[in-house]
Write a protein that binds this ligand. Structure first.
Ligand code: PSU
Ligand code: MN
Length: 305
């Protein structure tokens, strides 16, 4: 049985020629942003990757195939499928078997990117250890995937809806390098600052690319998490976002939101409570991550074998 991979022609051509490719996830499209900003953002992120000298490969499952790169029509259709499955490692095989439409989370996108031979992936934020995890056991599968699949993931740190110290502890346990870009502090998605020191710091895409290749040479499993701070002009400072997060979290508790629903619920609540400001910040940080991921992918593609 061959793998059910369906490559967009431009992605296939780039991979065959050894040119840089950047994977992009699709849960942010179906579960992370409202229509039509989700579609506009997905297109803008792809354009940003192209402008930065790489080929974008947005990943999703449709019709029993893992699509590595979507046509504009496929992207628009996905953006209008709010009931798409939210796919993590647990769901990929089932979604393919049943022919449903599924959007890939960070974990599932890493798996698919690796199968496709893509080593760099840009997203907004990763899942992590949720607050109250000592009772709920809610720890995103994204963290365990970073511990086992060799893809470098560029995110804006982890959302402050999470328990960030516990998230760092789990990443450390699983041997995941967490590399803040251009600063010592771990960025916290909508804010540049978290109050926590990042375990590692890099100041250039080349350093991150070299570390990725070094890990591969040593046969180390697992990826790298690059925590790229949101551009200063787009950030929502910690003092402003923290009370909003607290309000969204108590709404989630009051409404009994659990499991896969938690992250989409909190993002939608924070969007409403900030009157759209959180979405503008989210878009700016994803574009910023697409640029850095493209630079890392270029360095990897240019590295001597
Ligand atoms: N970052 C965003 N929007 C999102 C997500 C991340 O800006 O929608 C998604 C990613 O796909 C991530 C997922 O993998 O949320 C984590 O979900 P959970 O906490 O249920 O593992
Ligand atoms: Mn979860």
């Amino acid at each position: 049985m061959t793998l059910p991979l369906c490559f967009a022609p431009e992605v296939r051509a780039a991979l065959d020629a050894g040119r840089p490719v950047v994977a992009l996830e699709s849960t942010i499209i179906t579960h992370g942003m409202p229509w039509p900003q989700n579609y506009e953002t997905a297109q803008a992120v792809e354009a940003e990757v192209r402008a930065a000298g790489a080929t974008p490969a947005t990943i999703a499952v449709m019709g029993g195939q893992i699509h590595i790169g979507l046509s504009p029509q496929e992207l628009e259709k996905l953006a209008q499928t709010p009931d798409a499955m939210k796919l993590s490692r647990a769901d990929l095989g089932f979604c393919l078997a049943t022919g449903q439409t599924g959007a890939t989370t960070v974990a599932a996108t890493m798996i698919c990117a690796h199968l496709a031979g893509i080593s760099v992936f840009a997203t907004g934020g990763i899942g992590g250890v949720h607050r109250g995890a000592e009772d709920s056991f809610d720890i995103s599968a994204d963290l365990l995937e970073l511990g086992q699949t060799p893809v470098t993931v560029v995110a804006a740190g982890a959302k402050a809806i999470l328990d960030l110290p516990k998230t760092l502890e789990v990443l450390e346990t699983h041997g995941v390098p967490v590399i803040a870009f251009g600063q010592d502090e771990l960025p916290a998605f909508w804010s540049r600052r978290s109050g926590l020191k990042a375990p590692l710091r890099a100041d250039s895409a080349a350093e991150i690319a070299t570390a990725h290749l070094m890990r591969a040479r040593m046969g180390l499993n697992g990826g790298q998490l690059v925590a790229n701070p949101i551009p200063a002009e787009a950030e929502i400072p910690r003092e402003e976002i923290v009370p909003v997060i607290e309000a969204a979290l108590s709404d989630a508790t009051a409404q009994g939101i659990a499991a896969k629903e938690v992250t989409p619920f909190l993002l939608a609540r924070i969007y409403a409570l900030t009157e759209g400001r959180s979405l503008a910040a989210n878009i700016a940080l994803v574009l910023n991550n697409a640029r850095l991921a493209s630079a890392i992918a270029r360095e990897i593609a240019d590295a001597p074998m």
